[in-house]
Write a protein that binds this ligand. Structure first.
Ligand SMILES: NC(=O)c1ccc[n+]([C@@H]2O[C@H](COP(=O)([O-])OP(=O)(O)OC[C@H]3O[C@@H](n4cnc5c(N)ncnc54)[C@H](O)[C@@H]3O)[C@@H](O)[C@H]2O)c1
Ligand SMILES: O=C(O)C[C@H](O)C(=O)O
Ligand SMILES: [Mg+2]
Length: 625
């Protein structure tokens, strides 16, 4: 306090205001003021997030690098240091463009405004925020998560107010091991990390991709009951190849092209080492990495770290559950799955993830041997941006190679390398048409007309790309062309379609949100050091079995989001049971491995339920340190 008193005249109105704070007993800072002697530094007795959350001292993105180091702020702000003029410009631009950009295709025109209101509540009062979210999950999941989160990421530089989560940038190489201690929580259970390179179907959004990590973790809290004090959204900013962002003076990230090759890997390696050093029991979910790196990083880390890739593995499980649901909806047993002819549009991280898992599931049903695995391959036709993938493809992506069709065989089917989607659908007459292409409208009227020739008694259409405007088709288009005897699922939420005469075309949401929260929670509570294939398979099977026969026959193959907390509990319990059976479970807190082994299936569910956080105000008591 001495420094403070020295510089302030006793008559100053500021002094009077500060005195009131001090006598009120809750103001813990001292502050010096500009005097006639000129500018002097302000002494603060806060660091880290406390500074960012103090409106008197916060400068947001204008904190210089030296200040960020001095005040333990490194990593708590996006990497681009900007002037106060640019800060104001960003604010004004955002204010003016709000109305123009608040639309994402057919979704809620007020979505962005609702996101802002919820986000402000999130900043003020987490318990209340999650209470609102859980109680109204059907209404607000599409705001804090897909599809609005896509719009939020696209406009993030403008929407940015208070930082949330951590930023590790290419400039932080060599510093991450210490930076990680700038995060205030000693326990972190879940990290969702992105490098912003493929945000939903919106492409490279650079540092703005942090929004997706925040949205996913909102579901971890709301659906899986992970304690919000123990989640950490992370953005790894290695630059961006998005020209618009590289040229935008208001962009908050590093304005350089993305690092690649060994330089890129070195950054991700350093990040993984840092977070697992500080929080050895954390689980890291990789989200929205471009396919090029998604598979490589998964292979690199999955046997040494507790991690999984949601787009590759979570999506695969949700698609398997949906595909099995589609078989049941035809009135056939799940074991008939290996007979389904499946056309997949999109051979990126999600498409290939689904194909690998579907092939393995078929192979298991056919006898689980090499012959079964080989013959399962012939049930899939994969079409990417260059058309049908065959062995005749030049420079074929190694991840797609196992699904490349034999040229002679294709010739017999009237197909060739690069055949268009509509040709493939016409010739194959598939049971299922599944889209993970990020191309809105790809299932054109022509493609849907061609699907009328399907040999299935009830064809299935999975338009899984996000957000809304990237869906391969809308449910209206599908039901109007193919009638009501189909199964329809989309990645983003759509309403059911009124088909007249009391008929409703049911629109399922086939989104990895039905699995990732349970995979994370189950891994955490089992104490498994890795996320095994068996654990992922158990999660998918539990989701597949969740819907009753009656619901499935009505075309309802995924639960309503209002049941997400219950389905997450079930998925987590299935993951724990599998981890125990595979001898991977090492226990969690007071539940040791031996005791976990003794639990009955019902007791496992109780154990999960008892460990889920609920948004209730705790009683607070003040004590001096
Ligand atoms: N519903 C879900 O749970 C879920 C999960 C993961 C990803 N997704 C969505 O899936 C989409 C793709 O994600 P990704 O990570 O695989 O992306 P990606 O960029 O890695 O892959 C896109 C693929 O689509 C192909 N493609 C492009 N144009 C095409 C066309 N005209 N015809 C056929 N194929 C075409 C590309 O060649 C590529 O193989 C995104 O929109 C994403 O939001 C949805
Ligand atoms: O984020 C989603 O809604 C699903 C998926 O992870 C995606 O990348 O589209
Ligand atoms: Mg994703």
């Amino acid at each position: 306090m001495a420094i403070f008193w020295k510089h302030v005249k006793s008559s100053s109105p500021l002094l009077q205001r500060l005195k009131r704070h001090i006598t009120g007993g809750h103001y813990l800072l001292s502050r010096s003021f500009t005097t006639t002697e000129g500018h002097r530094p302000t002494i603060v007795h806060k660091r880290s997030l406390d500074i960012l959350h103090d409106p008197w001292f916060n400068k947001g993105t204008a904190f210089s690098m030296t200040e960020r180091d001095r005040l333990d702020l490194r990593g708590l702000l996006p990497p681009n240091v900007v002037s106060s003029e640019v800060q104001i410009e960003r604010f004004m631009v955002d204010l003016k463009r709000l109305e123009v950009q608040a639309r994402d295709g057919p979704s809620d025109p007020n979505a962005l405004a609702k996101w802002r209101i919820l986000n402000r509540l999130h900043d003020r009062n987490e318990t209340m925020y999650y209470k609102v979210l859980i109680a109204n999950i059907e209404e607000y999941a599409p705001i804090v998560y897909t599809p609005t989160v896509g719009l939020v990421c696209q406009n993030y530089s403008g929407l940015f107010r208070r930082p949330r989560g951590m930023y590790f940038s290419a400039e932080d190489r060599g510093e991450m091991m210490s930076m990680v201690y700038n995060w205030p929580a000693d326990q972190v259970d879940m990290i969702v990390v992105t490098d912003g390179s493929r945000i939903l179907g919106l492409g490279d959004l650079g540092v703005q991709g942090i929004g997706i990590a925040i949205g996913k973790l909102d579901l971890y809290v709301a659906a899986a009951g992970i304690n919000p004090q123990r989640v950490l959204p992370v953005m790894i900013d290695v630059g961006t190849n998005n020209t618009k962002l590289l040229e935008d003076p208001l962009y908050l990230g590093l304005q350089q092209h993305r690092l690649d090759g060994d330089e890129y890997l070195a950054v991700i390696d350093e990040f993984m080492e840092a977070v697992f050093t500080r929080w050895p029991n954390v689980i890291v979910q990789f989200e929205d990495f471009q396919s090029k790196w998604a598979f490589k990083l998964l292979q690199r880390y999955r046997t040494t770290y507790r991690m999984f890739n949601d787009d590759v593995q979570g999506t695969a499980g949700v698609a398997i559950a949906g595909l099995l649901g589609a078989v049941r909806a035809q009135g056939r047993p799940m074991i008939d799955f290996p007979k389904q002819k499946i056309v997949v549009a999109g051979a990126g991280s999600a498409g290939i993830g689904v194909l690998n898992a579907a092939r393995k599931t078929m192979a298991r049903m056919l006898g689980n041997n090499e012959f079964a695995f080989q013959s399962a391959k012939s049930q899939f036709w994969v079409v990417d941006a260059k058309g049908l993938i065959t062995e005749g493809r030049e420079d074929i992506d190694p991840d797609a190679l196992p699904f490349a069709r034999n040229l002679k065989e294709m010739d017999r089917q009237g197909l060739r390398e690069g055949a268009s989607l509509v040709e493939v659908v016409k010739q194959v007459k598939p049971d299922v048409l599944l889209g993970l292409s990020a191309v809105g409208g790809l299932f054109s009227n022509e493609v849907l007309e061609a699907l009328k020739g399907s040999t299935s008694t009830r064809p299935a259409i999975f338009a899984m790309s996000n957000p809304t405007k990237n869906a391969e088709c809308t449910p209206e288009e599908a039901f109007s062309i193919l009638g009501d005897n189909i199964i329809f699922a989309s990645g983003s939420p759509f309403s059911n379609v009124d088909l007249g005469n009391g008929h409703i075309g049911h629109c399922n949401q086939g989104n990895n949100m039905y699995l990732f929260p349970g995979i994370g929670l189950g891994t955490l509570l089992s104490g498994s050091r890795i996320v095994s294939d068996g654990m992922l398979q158990a999660a998918a099977e539990r989701l597949a079995a969740y819907m009753s026969e009656e619901e499935v026959l009505k075309g309802v193959i995924f639960p309503s989001i209002s049941r997400i907390r219950d389905i997450t509990l079930e998925v987590a319990a299935a993951v724990i049971k599998e981890a125990v059976e595979e001898d991977l479970a090492e226990g969690y807190h007071e539940m040791d491995a031996r005791e976990l082994h003794r639990l009955s299936p019902d007791e496992i569910k109780d154990y999960v339920k008892n460990n889920m956080w609920n948004p209730e105000y705790p009683t607070l008591v003040y004590r001096h340190e």
